[in-house]
Design a protein around this ligand. Structure first.
Ligand code: G3P
Length: 218
């Protein structure tokens, strides 16, 4: 399973990269705004910086919601760097844009997916990735992980090449269960990735090893 980091924060991206387990990055307009990145030139420069840190797929989202606008923005984004994946919302013109990009060999990530039917449409349109939002479904008392299971099964039934990118992954159990289900990718904040390190028995065990070693070296 690939690990993507879901942030536009360069320090966090660098930290996850330095851990040696990072496969890519996802961003969205909210995450860019959180870092104070506004204006076309600043946004483009920021994506370029991310591409310099991580040698993996980097999702950059279009803002337009009409076909022509999404195509225009997506082509500019895709020209920035070969690793850019054009992130397109699951709306009618978005599906058409995904088909267009797919035929041009431009990678896409279909975002804001909340149902198996939407995921099926994204795959039919030729999306490279589909992003079901696990945590946001949980937020409205719907089992987000069940959707991941459904999509993995449906794609498997027909051999769709679209990769299931579990998004809005908020904690370790989300991540581990996505791996059990067989999601191709998870994207999550840095703290979810680093939380995988934690186990109290590891800390206790290490303390004991070091204490015993110290005894013999007195
Ligand atoms: O990848 C989508 C993600 O950014 C949404 O996460 O936690 O805002 O629902 P969250």
């Amino acid at each position: 399973m690939k690990f993507f980091i879901d942030t536009a924060n360069l320090q966090e991206i660098q930290e996850a990269h330095d851990l040696g387990v990072l496969d890519g990055v996802t961003t969205n307009p909210s995450l860019m705004a959180k870092e104070g990145i506004f204006g076309h030139d600043n946004v483009m420069a920021h994506y370029k910086q991310i591409c310099e840190i991580v040698d993996g797929d980097i999702s950059a989202e279009v803002i337009a919601t009409d076909f022509d606008g999404m195509v225009r923005e997506g082509e500019i984004l895709a020209d920035l760097h070969p690793n850019i994946v054009v992130k397109v919302p699951m709306i009618r013109d978005g599906v058409k844009a995904i088909r267009y990009f797919s035929e041009k060999g431009i990678k896409t990530n279909c975002t804001l997916v909340f149902s198996a039917g939407q995921a099926l449409l994204a795959a039919k349109a030729g999306a490279t990735y589909v992003s079901p939002f696990v945590g946001r479904l949980d937020d409205v008392s719907t089992d987000g992980l069940q959707l991941i299971e459904q999509i993995v099964q449906i794609y498997g039934n027909y051999g769709y090449q679209t990769q299931v990118l579990a998004a809005s992954v908020r904690h370790v159990m989300h991540l581990v269960q996505c791996a059990e289900i067989g999601a191709d990718v998870v994207t999550c904040p840095l703290n979810v990735i680093t939380s995988l390190l934690n186990h109290p028995l590891t800390d206790i065990g290490l303390q004991k090893f070091l204490a015993d070693h110290a005894k013999g070296n007195k």
